[in-house]
Design a protein around this ligand. Structure first.
Ligand SMILES: Cc1cc2nc3c(=O)[nH]c(=O)nc-3n(C[C@H](O)[C@H](O)[C@H](O)COP(=O)(O)OP(=O)(O)OC[C@H]3O[C@@H](n4cnc5c(N)ncnc54)[C@H](O)[C@@H]3O)c2cc1C
Length: 389
């Protein structure tokens, strides 16, 4: 079997790349380890930069996003019981859209199905062969059969734990990593959001985030110990702790309900360089991870897709390889800026073990500078709504 591009991973980066390539007349097969329902059951990102929305428009899958997505012109930052607003629209002219990653993924799967594009689910033991030659191929097992696809290029969109990054030899790959000494306990509940914008809260008891998926579905997070397990936290304990970390006015207004999903995510900053090895290109979480503070994970995956998609189109339509040759360099330039913003914003809001009185004063001064200084707010807003591609 043959395809122009094999995409490993049917998460948002693989699906978006696949749909864009399909619209450009480039045949791409997506290989996904899990079932479609499993992928759609994962509750993750929810804040979309305009760059990602434009790519969804280009991919022809934006109808529901525009109908059901919520335009957020700004965000709230809470410190010591007070809140201040950062007005993205006024500072940058650009809002963000709140629309769940699950919905993005669902729209892309539906579009693939309508287009008759090939997605292989429940593939196992994916192996990338000869990526450093002109004749790469991929083998995998599916329902007991061993299969092979020959191709021109391979897009490694298989997330942090996938095979693609591991295929790049250790003497070529350089990895940069920072782990954080806490996690985020997240709860999804069928309750109206406490505020019409996200609230990022710095409190003496640790970080909290009030987020949402739609008018009836809220997503809340609190910083927790890495040793915690979701089952350690009853719903009641979660709501009580959340209320202690947000301003009293918000705590009073907060509607609580049973958690329909509860999970703990560790926080990590990670980048691998280069993002290309021969004819293998890494995209999204396969190449980099950010802590979720600032909602850059999915959005940075989308910017990789943008560079790779345009590079492949140039290669196939004009015979020009400049775009794919410079893919890693261009993608990494933007990746590191997103890493910096996510790392900085995490540092601004969380309580760290062994944080000294001096460290806390620095955090408070940084927050006060953000609250009081328009230039700092503009820099924040530019990063939050997404740096240009
Ligand atoms: C709990 C949590 C909360 C998050 N919250 C936010 C947020 O609020 N904002 C934000 O921007 N980002 C957030 N993120 C990050 C965001 O979800 C990711 O950046 C995004 O999913 C990256 O998409 P991806 O397609 O690159 O990788 P993934 O979504 O990881 O998709 C990779 C796909 O590859 C498949 N796969 C893996 N290995 C193989 C294999 N060997 N063969 C075939 N298929 C394989 C996987 O099953 C998966 O479907 C969050 C992440 C987590 C875990």
């Amino acid at each position: 079997m043959r395809a122009q591009v094999v995409i490993i991973g049917g998460g948002p980066s693989g699906l978006l790349l696949g749909q864009l390539l399909h619209r450009a007349g480039i045949e791409a097969v997506v290989l996904e380890r899990k079932t479609r329902d499993y992928v759609l059951g994962r509750v993750r990102a929810g804040v979309l930069e305009t760059g990602l929305v434009r790519l969804m428009e280009e991919a022809g899958v934006v109808g529901r996003l525009h109908r059901e997505g919520f335009v957020h012109d700004g965000t709230q930052i809470a410190v010591g019981g007070e809140m201040f607003h950062i007005d993205f629209k006024a500072l940058t002219g650009t809002p963000v859209i709140v629309y769940g990653q699950t919905e993005v993924t669902r729209d892309l799967y539906d579009a693939r199905a309508v287009a008759g594009a090939r997605t292989e689910f429940e593939v196992e033991h994916v192996v990338i062969h000869d990526a450093d030659t002109d004749r790469p191929y991929v083998t995998y097992d599916q329902h007991g059969d061993r299969k092979r696809i020959d191709c021109d290029f391979i897009a490694g969109c298989d997330g942090f734990h996938g095979v693609s990054r591991q295929t790049i030899p250790l003497n070529v790959r350089r990895e940069y990593e920072k782990t954080y000494p806490f996690g985020w306990l997240g709860v999804l509940s069928e309750t109206p959001p406490v505020h019409d914008e996200l609230i990022y809260a710095n409190s003496d008891r640790g970080f909290a985030l009030c987020s949402m998926r739609n008018a009836h579905l809220s997503r809340y997070y609190i910083q927790c110990a890495l040793s915690d397990h979701p089952e350690d936290w009853t719903d009641k304990a979660f709501w009580t702790e959340l209320k202690r970390r947000i301003p009293a006015e918000m705590a009073e207004r907060l509607e609580t309900g049973p958690a329909i999903e509860k999970s703990i995510a560790p926080l990590r900053s990670f980048v691998t360089e280069p993002m290309r090895w021969g004819r293998l290109f890494l995209c999204g979480d396969a190449a980099h991870i950010v802590p979720p503070t600032g909602a850059k994970g999915l959005n940075t995956a989308a910017s990789d897709v943008n560079y790779l998609y345009r590079g492949l189109v140039r290669y196939y339509q004009d015979g020009d390889s400049e775009g794919i040759d410079r893919y890693s360099e261009k993608a990494l330039l933007r990746v590191w800026k997103a890493e910096r913003f996510s790392w900085w914003f995490s540092g601004l809001l969380h309580r760290y073990p062994h944080q000294s009185a001096f460290d806390l004063k620095m955090q408070q001064a940084d927050l006060a500078f953000l609250r009081d200084n328009e230039s700092q707010q503009r820099a924040f807003a530019e990063n939050y709504v997404g740096l240009p591609y």
